[in-house]
Design a protein around this ligand. Structure first.
Ligand code: ZN
Length: 312
């Protein structure tokens, strides 16, 4: 049970939620580039948040989260399809990052103000060519990316929610690998709330919601990262007091959507002489920012691409 999204609902219907566990799907994204640990951790957190959001917002297409900052880390981008294909990359300034690492005692200590600074957290849902993309944005005001995601849910999605996110390197059989985990609860509508003894009151409902948030907070980083702990067992451990029901899980995988065809389409959008300046040696090399795969075209292939596009 790895790389999974496990939806659940409390038996009293005060809240519903999701548990996310990412192994390979995260490790492959974070090791595609040579990221410093702090940058990889931030990007991994965005992956967990995107996974949680993908189970929260109904969509058919691509959900992406883009975090932009003015600090050493200038961009974190993760997208996930309805089928659970994930990819992502980060942009950072190595010198600025080193400067804040060396002055650890000075300035803000929390990850968002320290590494990203001022900026925004944007969530976009793209459901295909004939539809209007949806986008919601919040300023980066939280201390952590989980707090920024919480701000997003409250301000932009108008959801009462709580979430916990953890990313870490763990020692596996093949050396250290990146793992991530997260859990989120969102408040359900009062109308569905079921009291244990007869008539449900608003106060009981609020108490039940507060308990759900407290139980979520009682989860430990070790539990969220432990691949040997079945998601059901973790949920029952956390929410046993009110009872919890688990629904069918879905899965995630690291899968990029780049292809030679897509790169060709991008190349023909440039003027021919600009293509010359993209040459490395004799070839034009285009590297996918997400998966770091190189697409290489020799002079003959470039000529063919432009001839074909002129003929269209
Ligand atoms: Zn790619």
């Amino acid at each position: 049970m790895d790389n999974t999204l496990q939806p659940f609902q409390l038996e009293n219907h005060a809240a519903q939620g999701r548990l996310v566990r990412l192994g390979d799907a995260m490790n492959q994204v974070l090791t595609a580039h040579d990221y410093p640990t702090e940058v990889a951790t931030l990007l991994g957190e965005v992956q967990v948040i995107a996974a949680l959001m993908s189970g929260t917002l109904k969509f058919d297409g691509v959900l992406s989260i883009q975090v932009k900052g003015e600090g050493p880390v200038s961009m974190l981008l993760v997208d996930v399809t309805t089928d659970g294909n994930m990819r992502g990359y980060a942009r950072f300034d190595a010198e600025k990052l080193q400067a804040v690492s060396e002055n650890k005692g000075d300035g803000p200590q929390q990850e968002v103000p320290r590494l990203l600074g001022n900026g925004y957290f944007a969530l976009t849902v793209d459901q295909g060519a004939d539809t209007q993309p949806y986008q919601g944005i919040v300023q980066l005001e939280g201390a952590t990316l989980a707090e920024c995601a919480h701000d997003y849910l409250r301000q932009s999605a108008q959801l009462d929610a709580a979430l916990k996110v953890v990313v870490s390197q763990v020692n596996g059989e093949q050396g250290p690998t990146w793992r991530g985990g997260g859990v989120m609860v969102q408040k359900s509508a009062f109308s569905g709330f079921q009291s244990i003894d007869g008539e449900a009151t608003d106060a009981e409902f609020e108490d039940a919601w507060r308990r759900a948030v407290i139980f979520l907070g009682s989860s430990t980083n070790e539990e969220l990262l432990d691949v040997s702990l079945h998601p059901h067992d973790l949920l029952f451990r956390l929410f046993s007091e009110d009872g919890v029901r688990a629904f069918d899980p879905s899965s995630f995988a690291m899968k990029c959507r780049c292809s030679a065809d897509r790169v060709r389409n991008v190349l023909v959008s440039f003027p021919r002489d600009e293509i010359e300046s993209m040459k490395i040696g004799d070839d034009v090399v285009v590297t996918c920012e997400f998966c770091n795969v190189d697409y290489r075209f020799d002079v003959g292939q470039i000529d063919t691409i432009f001839k074909e596009s002129a003929a269209d």
